[in-house]
Design a protein around this ligand. Sequence first.
Ligand SMILES: [Zn+2]
Length: 452
Amino acid sequence: MPDTWVIENAYVATVDAGGTEHRRGHVVVHGNRIAAVGAGPAPEQWRTGRVVDGEGCLLTPGLVNTHHHLYQWITRGIAQDDTLFGWLTTLYPIWARIDAEAVHDAASANLGWMALSGCTFTTDHGYLHPRGGGDLLEAEIRGAQRIGLRFLPTRGSMNLGASSGGLPPDSVVEEHDEILTATAAAIDRWHDPSPDSMLQIAVAPCSPFSVTGELMRDSAELARAKGVRLHTHLAETMDEEAFCLEKFGFTPTDYAESLGWLGEDVWMAHTVHLSDDAIAKFGATGTGVAHCPTSNGRLGSGIAPVRKLLAAGVPVGLGVDGAASNESGWMSEEMHQALLFARVKDGPTALTARQALALGTIGGARVLGRSADLGSIEVGKLADLALWRVDGLAGADIQDPVCTLVFGSHLPLELLLVNGSPVVEKDRLVTADADDLAAASRRASLRTVGER
Ligand SMILES: [Zn+2]
């Protein structure tokens, strides 16, 4: 008999297409899917389930993180005042020392932290695979299974070393053919295409300045043959634009287009520097965007044109990006930053609290190709839910619960369900011991970075 959860008396923000909200509503979860949602108490037929009193709480869809590098959790606080290219060249030699054990510890700790910030579904972009380091993709998948989050890791890659005109040192890049072989094997081993899937794989050569055009093209062909999604970094900095113009004679977007890299099965991290013409191309092709405001702020890269992207119909989700360029890594904070950055760029009506919540939920689900089953609270959808306490010191006096979540400070989580199973209860991780995760990631950091 599947478990049933009955959440009542909560302010329910469904984030459905009509923006339906219930000031005092219920949601029933039966097994891994949502069985009922509406105003007032739950229907009598469900009252045999586990009842959670949501008085003083806001219920939202679980947050979706569309861009990340989990391994970076153990290399935070380095190159604090650098540009992207300076930061990367400082960190590449450190990252060359990572191995499967370090990645498992980093990913487990990082995912535990993300769960506490309301995230139920995350991607990851692991593009370093040092020789002799073991299977880093498996290491992070085991971490996600341990914490209990829905996961879409990519098999990332780099093959354009410094000796060939790329940014990374030759010591951290792989060969073209071994990348494609390992990527195909990862898809065959791990990718579950079912609607209930807890684990899918995407293909993700790292960036225009660290992979060859040939690898970009062949990666797209492989992904399309296998029916999986494509991901990369694009248009993050003006340095990247200058690199693309000099080396390829294209802007980053035109370069991507020339390689078959615009389409509904593609999502790009950052897209800070896009012309109106490039935005129109994203909109016309349905190419998705992972907007990473904190990371862009941390590295001083600029501000993505979110308002224009949304107006052009571009699917936009939020990403914390790697922990080495976002030491916080707190998913709900990303909605706050998205709202502030949009308003710094385009004024006070550029983005509302509801739009920011939509970016963090249904927008992310759309970007990752899962909006039929995730991203909003609707009957029949998967039960990935976050129940936030808004009646404590941080938020009790803010007039609107959605404003409390997006404009306000960190909120405690009363409950986080992923696929109908609890991952956080009473603001504590229930799938792993948070102190154990922190101790293991600190040991991994000491091994990888050295004494501080
Ligand atoms: Zn990134």
